[in-house]
Design a protein around this ligand. Structure first.
Ligand code: PLP
Length: 455
C-alpha cells in the first residue's frame, strides 16, 4: 500500500455523479411531515406551494438510493470540489495518540462551509422551474452566504432573513451576501405578519432561527414566482450533502483506509447526514460497522436531552410538523451561546437512525469547544468554524482515549468550515469572557410543554 499523504484528493473525474439517499436502506423510514392543521401526511401538492417541484420529489423519496447530479450542478461543484481529506499528523503528534485522524475539509469555498453543496442544487431546481427568486433564513450566516452565491450564479433573486443578533454581530457576513446580490433583513422584522406578531410579544428579542424561518416562508408563499429554501434539517438537504461522504469514502477506499469512528457536529444534521451517508448505508445493509457520533452543544442539546416527537419546525408554527428530536420550537439557546448549531430540532432521518441506535450522540460545552478549536488552529493551521470545532473536540477526546488504551483507531471527522466570520466569538474566548450555559431541566420541560398535541 502506498504511503498515506497529508492530503488525499480525488481526481476531478472521480467526483461522484449521483447523490445517495440513506432512507432507501432504512427499514424504519423517517416519519412523514404532517400538515400542521390536519395532522395528515403532507401531500406533494401542499409542499409544492412552499418549495420547488423537483425538491418536493426528493423530499418525499424514501425509496430511490441514487439521484443523478445534474451536469450544471456537477460543473459548479468542480470549481471547489473534490474537497480534500487531510491526515491530521500534527494533531496526532500534539495529542501523542496512536490514533489516525482524518478530516474532510469543506471550508475551501468563499461561503466557507459545506452549505454551498445544497445551495447550488436548490438554486438550480428553482431556476429550472422558471422561478424568479427564493427566500430563506440564516442564523450564523453561512447558509445565507452560500445561497446568495448560488442564486447569483443562476440569476435568481435571493431574500435572506437573518437572525437579528447575528445580523448585528456579523456585519461582514451580511456584506458578503449583499455583494452577491442578496437582500438581507434582520429577523424578526416588521416586513411580515409573523415578524410583527413576534415583535409585539417579545419587543427585545434577538431573534431565532425558528422565527426567521417563519418570516421567510410567509414571504415565499405570498410572492408570485418565489419559493422557500432551507439549508439544513430537510431530507433533500441531507441528500445533496451526501457528496461529502461519498467523496470521503471514495478517497479513503483508494488507500484501503476504513474508519472505525465517524464524527460530525450536528445542528440540523445536514453535514453529519452527508458525511456518514455511505458509511451508514453499509451499516444499514449489514456490510460493515462503524461507530458514528453526533456532537452538539450542551446549550442546545436536541439529541441528548430532547424528546423524539412531532414538533413545529419554526417559531411561528406555519411550517409542517416533523417528527424529530426536539427541544420545543419555542426553545432559544442562551444569548451567551456563541458557537452556532442553535436549531431546536434535528433532521428526521438522523432522528430515526438515532432512535434505532445506529448512531450515538454527545454534547460538549462551548469553552471546551473553543479550547479544541485553538489547539487545532495552532497545530493544523486552519482556523475552524465554531460549529466544526464540536467535531474536533469529540475527535480529540476519542484520540486521547486511544492514547490511554493504546488502540490505534482510525477516526474520520467533518471539518465543515472556517471561522473567519466568527472572530467575535473567538475574541470572547480569548478575553476569557466566554462561559458555559446548560439549560435546566425545568427550562427544557417548559419549552417541551408547547409541543403540538397529537391524537
Ligand atoms: C450550518 C453549519 C453547521 C451545522 O449545520 P448542519 O446542518 O447540522 O450541518 C456546521 N458547520 C458549519 C460550518 C455550518 O455552517
Amino acid at each position: 500500500m502506498s504511503e498515506i499523504p497529508y492530503k488525499i484528493y480525488l481526481d476531478e473525474k472521480e467526483i461522484p455523479t449521483a447523490w445517495y439517499n440513506m432512507r432507501a436502506d432504512m427499514k424504519n423510514k423517517p416519519a412523514p411531515l404532517l400538515n400542521p392543521g390536519t395532522h395528515q401526511p403532507l401531500t406533494a401538492q401542499e409542499l409544492g406551494a412552499v418549495v420547488c417541484d423537483e425538491l418536493v420529489k426528493q423530499e418525499l423519496d424514501n425509496d430511490n438510493p441514487f439521484t443523478e447530479i445534474p451536469a450544471e450542478i456537477l460543473n459548479f461543484y468542480k470549481m471547489y470540489r473534490p474537497s480534500p481529506i487531510v491526515r491530521a499528523y500534527f494533531l496526532e503528534r500534539a495529542l501523542k495518540t496512536p490514533a489516525k485522524i482524518y478530516y474532510k475539509f469543506e471550508g475551501n469555498n468563499t461561503s466557507g462551509s459545506h452549505k454551498l453543496n445544497s445551495a447550488i442544487a436548490q438554486a438550480y431546481y428553482a431556476k429550472k422551474q422558471g422561478l424568479k427568486g427564493v427566500t430563506t433564513e440564516t442564523g450564523a450566516g453561512q447558509w445565507g452566504t452560500a445561497l446568495s452565491m448560488a442564486c447569483s450564479f443562476f440569476g435568481l433573486d435571493c431574500r435572506v432573513y437573518m437572525v437579528k443578533c447575528s445580523y448585528e454581530q456579523k456585519p461582514f457576513r451580511r456584506e458578503v451576501m449583499r455583494t452577491y446580490g442578496a437582500s438581507v433583513t434582520p429577523s424578526p422584522s416588521d416586513t411580515t405578519q409573523v415578524g410583527r406578531k413576534i415583535l409585539a410579544e417579545h419587543p427585545n428579542t434577538s431573534g431565532s432561527l425558528g422565527c426567521a424561518i417563519s418570516e421567510a416562508v410567509e414571504v415565499a408563499v405570498n410572492t408570485e414566482g418565489y419559493r422557500y429554501v432551507l439549508g439544513s434539517v430537510l431530507s433533500q438537504v441531507l441528500l445533496h450533502q451526501s457528496i461529502i461522504g461519498l467523496e470521503a469514502k471514495a478517497a479513503l477506499d483508494k488507500y484501503g483506509i476504513k474508519p472505525d469512528i465517524v464524527i460530525g457536529c450536528a445542528g440540523g444534521g445536514s453535514n453529519l447526514g452527508g458525511l456518514i451517508a455511505p458509511f451508514m448505508g453499509e451499516k444499514l445493509r449489514g456490510e460493515a460497522d462503524y461507530r458514528i457520533i453526533a456532537v452538539e452543544p450542551a446549550s442546545c442539546p436536541s439529541f441528548t436531552r430532547g424528546k423524539y416527537a412531532y414538533d413545529f419546525c419554526d417559531t411561528g408554527m406555519v411550517c409542517p410538523l416533523a417528527k424529530m428530536y426536539t427541544l420545543g420550537s419555542s426553545f432559544i439557546p442562551s444569548a451567551n451561546h456563541a458557537g452556532g448549531l442553535r436549531y431546536h430540532g434535528m433532521s428526521s432521518v438522523l432522528s430515526q437512525l438515532y432512535a434505532d441506535k445506529y448512531m450515538e450522540a454527545r454534547s460538549v460545552e462551548q469553552t471546551s469547544v473553543f479550547e479544541a478549536a485553538t489547539t487545532f488552529a495552532r497545530v493544523e493551521g486552519t482556523l475552524p468554524a465554531p460549529e466544526s470545532s464540536h467535531a474536533i473536540k469529540a475527535a480529540m477526546d476519542e484520540a486521547i482515549k486511544c492514547r490511554e488504551s493504546g488502540e490505534a483507531k482510525t477516526i474520520l471527522f467533518g471539518l465543515t468550515g472556517t471561522g473567519y466570520f466568527d472572530l467575535y466569538a473567538y475574541q470572547k474566548f480569548n478575553d476569557r469572557q466566554m462561559s458555559d450555559y446548560i439549560p435546566t431541566d425545568a427550562e427544557l420541560a417548559e419549552s417541551l410543554s408547547h409541543l403540538p398535541k397529537m391524537d
